[in-house]
Design a protein around this ligand. Structure first.
Ligand code: TPP
Length: 585
């Protein structure tokens, strides 16, 4: 399939609707284009829109549901979570330059993870009394920027300012088209207050037509070369990070790996359920132990398949890289070799590869079977050692994160969606249903998980999101903002509380194993002490909170938390006291 650009057909007859101003035309278009939610963190720039929502509600018109979110990081992460499970972009609107700044970490997360969303902000008025909506408060002078979009530009695919009424329809369509075409990502639109407030009586536009965004397909020659490499490989290895963004692609990778006994290992960037963990060809979450032995490595949508400082392919190993943008062109530097780069939607590439390899299966049957048996044994050994680790640690007090992760796995069922930012040990959990697991985006702008879980709950009201995070991450989520939203979108939050930022401590030890900090055990800027009663915060929002210190209480406590969400329809938070590395870990 050759790359065809997305098609946007406007064939329907135009319609005309009554309005008071540009803001109402903008709202009309958002509703018509199928935007479901408008996550807002408002300021004085919102006045024409707040008024527009009131008119649309009073008149029973179609419009996106406005959702007030107390902090921009939560708002952007909610839109991220929603798009992550539905593929549908939503609108986030924040207050001028200051709100944009607060939402930016979330935008960096969405950008690196190719999540489509429409990030918008007001622009403070520029006129000084000449136009309706002009400056009439002190902040309107102070909040003006020379180039408001500049701070977002590096992390959005496109930015623009709505300059006049005549452009409303085209600007919104362009924003949507760019966000939704591959590689997907956030876009930024600023909306000046005078333009939103400009008075008009009617708005004529063409109603939305079905949109199709073609998924780019692979080049046949690249597929032929990759298929030959896989066919002749003795020790192939597949490394994957983001394939599961499209749940249908997971099944296709299973088919391909079964057809040629290809082991699949998940890279450190582990954003989706990419391959069922119980499948005998799943070889865990550390590809680096297999990289030096492999003779052909197929990297699928993986930004960092290995760390060159820890493991390197041996000379002569051939590397195939498959991805929408296999060179990750938005990363300033990334030089993993690609003997065969395949720029393609992974699903299309996997189908093409399987078809190209099919004629060789019979003649390679014995070798494939032998490899399958060897890899299945390896898979079994891995699982045995993980289970043994959990068993060995199950009585430890303070609680070990391996055991806590094992327990999270035990209470997970078909309704569970696991969202992890940091401390869940994914190997301790059986993850087999595509779409049932989401890990933090690779740029790791901390604070994503809680808002993302709320977005998942909004998109899948019958699910029970369980969001796992470190005590450090919990702070970055802006917890009161998330608990506020969880009053109507209940989720289970589990704090893996090791009373520190172990990631930072670990990097000190990694770089200076015999250094001053290691010798004196003086790790400043790493400990989150004194340790507060995090479990009490959720009570202020009507939720269920519990502190867990006994390893035998984890599963019952998790069940109580799930019951609170499912039966009592209220949020829950478990503050699980885990080992502190360096003190008792
Ligand atoms: C916005 C932001 N600030 C700081 C960091 C650096 N950082 C990475 S991990 C981490 C600590 C996370 O702590 P916690 O959630 O308790 O997990 P732990 O490291 O203890 O396992 C920090 C501060 C970051 N990635 N993003």
């Amino acid at each position: 399939m050759a790359r065809t650009d997305f098609v946007f057909r406007n064939q329907a007859a135009p319609i005309t609707v009554p309005i008071d101003n540009t803001a109402q035309a903008y709202l009309e278009i958002l509703g018509d284009r199928g935007i479901q939610y408008f996550f807002g963190n408002a300021g004085t720039d919102f006045a024409p829109l707040v008024d527009a929502f009131a008119r649309f509600a009073a008149e029973g018109r179609k419009f996106p549901k406005p959702v007030l979110v107390p902090h921009e990081m939560t708002a952007v992460s909610m839109a991220h979570g929603y798009a992550m499970v539905t593929g549908e972009p939503q609108v986030v609107m924040v207050h001028v330059n200051v709100g944009t700044a607060n939402g930016l970490t979330g935008i960096m997360n969405a950008s690196r993870a190719n999540i489509p969303l429409i990030f918008t902000a007001g622009r403070t008025p520029i006129t000084e009394g000449e136009l309706k909506g002009g400056k009439n408060l002190q902040i309107h002078w102070a909040q003006e920027s020379f180039d408001q979009a500049a701070m977002a530009r590096e992390y959005v695919k496109w930015d623009y300012e709505l300059r006049n009424f005549a452009q409303v329809e085209k600007v919104v369509d362009r924003a949507l088209n760019i966000a939704l075409s591959e590689p997907r990502g956030p876009v930024y639109l600023s909306l000046p207050r005078e333009v939103l407030a400009e008075e008009h009586t009617e708005f004529t536009y063409t109603p939305a037509q079905p949109r199709m965004y073609a998924q780019p397909g692979p080049h046949p020659e690249a597929i032929r070369q990759a298929a030959e490499l896989i066919r002749d490989a003795k020790n192939p290895l597949v490394i994957v990070s983001m394939l599961g963004k499209n749940p249908a692609a997971v099944g296709e990778l299973v088919k391909l790996s079964e057809a040629f006994a290809l082991p699949v290992s998940v890279a450190i960037s582990n954003l989706y359920l990419n391959f069922p963990t119980d499948h005998p060809l799943h070889l865990g979450f550390d590809p680096m132990q297999y990289v030096p032995e492999a003779d052909v490595i197929v990297v699928i949508e993986s930004d960092v398949p290995w760390f060159p400082s820890r493991a390197k392919p041996k000379p002569g190993t051939k590397i195939v890289q498959i991805g929408i943008d296999p060179f990750f062109s938005r990363y300033p530097m990334r030089t993993f070799p690609a003997d065969v780069p395949i720029s393609s939607d992974p699903l299309n590439a996997l189908i093409a590869l399987r078809e190209a390899l099919d004629p060789y299966r019979r003649s390679r049957r014995k070798a494939i079977q032998a490899r399958l048996e060897r890899l299945s044994r390896e898979h079994g050994e891995q699982r045995k050692s993980w289970k043994a680790a959990a068993e060995r640690l199950k009585k430890d007090r303070p609680i070990d994160m391996e055991w806590l992760s094992h327990c999270v796995g035990k209470v997970s069922d078909s309704e569970t969606v696991l969202i992890n930012e940091y401390d869940l040990r994914t190997h301790q959990v059986s993850l087999n249903e595509p779409g049932s697991f989401f890990g933090s985006p690779m740029v790791s702008g901390l604070g994503w998980c809680f808002g993302a879980a709320l977005g998942v709950k909004l998109a899948r009201p019958d699910s029970v999101p369980i969001v796992c995070m470190g005590d450090g991450v919990y702070h970055f989520t802006v917890p009161t903002s998330c608990h506020f939203m969880a009053q109507t979108l209940p989720v289970v939050a589990v704090i893996f509380n090791n009373q520190c930022w172990n990631a930072v401590k670990g990097s000190v030890l990694d770089l200076y194993p015999q250094g001053w900090a290691a010798k004196t055990k003086d790790f400043v800027l790493c400990d989150l002490e004194p340790v507060p009663a995090y479990e009490k915060i959720v009570g202020a929002f009507g939720g269920y909170g519990e502190r867990v210190e006994d390893p035998e209480e984890i599963i019952p406590a998790l069940r109580r938390a799930v019951k609170a969400v499912k039966k009592e329809k209220r949020q829950a938070l478990l503050n699980v006291i885990c080992k502190h590395p360096g003190k008792n870990g």
